[in-house]
Ligand binder design. Structure first.
Ligand code: SAM
Length: 211
């Protein structure tokens, strides 16, 4: 299922990457029986709604080689870990407010033989610290908060000239226009709104450039 969706979108995947996704699926399903990480538990659902949805960001956003990428509110690792499986050249930081989710992600990365920095905390607080503020080429957030609120803590993490990609289902025109105003105050401009379908569901990626 995953291979088919990625192929349809022009994204090639190696056997090694497919094996990593299989391990991820298995571990997520097993861990989810003890700790609630996701309501999506069937293998096809995980392939489509978590893996393919995360990886499709690569179709709509150009991530430079070796980029410093930060995924805010990563939950059980989305989209950050699938992006790292596909692009192990990136330097990935994963921020998550709920400690138990980060414990899962940390042990998942070890199982997959991948390395990323896992930071427990809230975007609002971390983005004010010099260690994180203005440090990333690319910041991602999928299904974390409404755009005006997200803007307040995701854009400050982005370097000048870098991008913030907000991944959503179907944002309303109000959310977009309120988000645009909040972003403008922070020096951000919506560069592209990519709307597409994923197995009959609406998807949207808003790409914001920091001036
Ligand atoms: N991004 C993941 C995904 O697409 O499956 C998780 C989405 S889940 C609906 C939202 C996640 O964002 C939760 O795990 C929550 O703890 C985290 N979160 C919400 N607000 C946050 C904030 N201000 N800073 C860091 N994490 C936050």
């Amino acid at each position: 299922m995953l291979e088919r969706i990625l192929a349809e979108n022009g994204i090639a995947v190696t056997d090694e990457q497919i094996n990593k996704f299989a391990l991820y699926r298995e571990y997520l399903t097993e861990y989810n029986e003890k700790v609630n990480l996701t309501s999506i538990t069937d293998p096809d659902g995980i392939d489509v709604k978590h893996f393919a949805d995360s990886v499709l960001l690569l179709k709509y956003l150009d991530i430079p080689a070796g980029a410093a990428v930060c995924d805010v509110g990563t939950g059980a690792g989305f989209p950050g870990v699938p992006l790292l499986i596909m692009r192990n050249d990136i330097k990935l930081t994963l921020i998550e407010a709920t400690a138990k989710k980060l414990v899962f992600v940390d042990s998942l990365l070890e199982k997959l033989g991948l390395s990323a920095r896992c930071v427990h905390g809230r975007g609002e607080e971390l983005s004010r610290l010099p260690e994180f503020g203005g440090r990333f080429d690319v910041v991602t957030a999928r299904a974390v908060a409404a755009l005006p609120k997200l803007a307040g803590y995701c854009l400050p993490l982005v370097k000048k000239g870098g991008v913030f990609a907000a991944m959503k289902g179907d944002p309303s025109p109000e959310e977009l226009s309120d988000g645009e105003k909040a972003l403008a105050k922070l020096g951000g401009k919506i560069e592209k709104v990519s709307r597409y379908g994923l197995n009959g569901e609406k998807r949207c990626i808003m790409t914001v450039r920091k001036k």
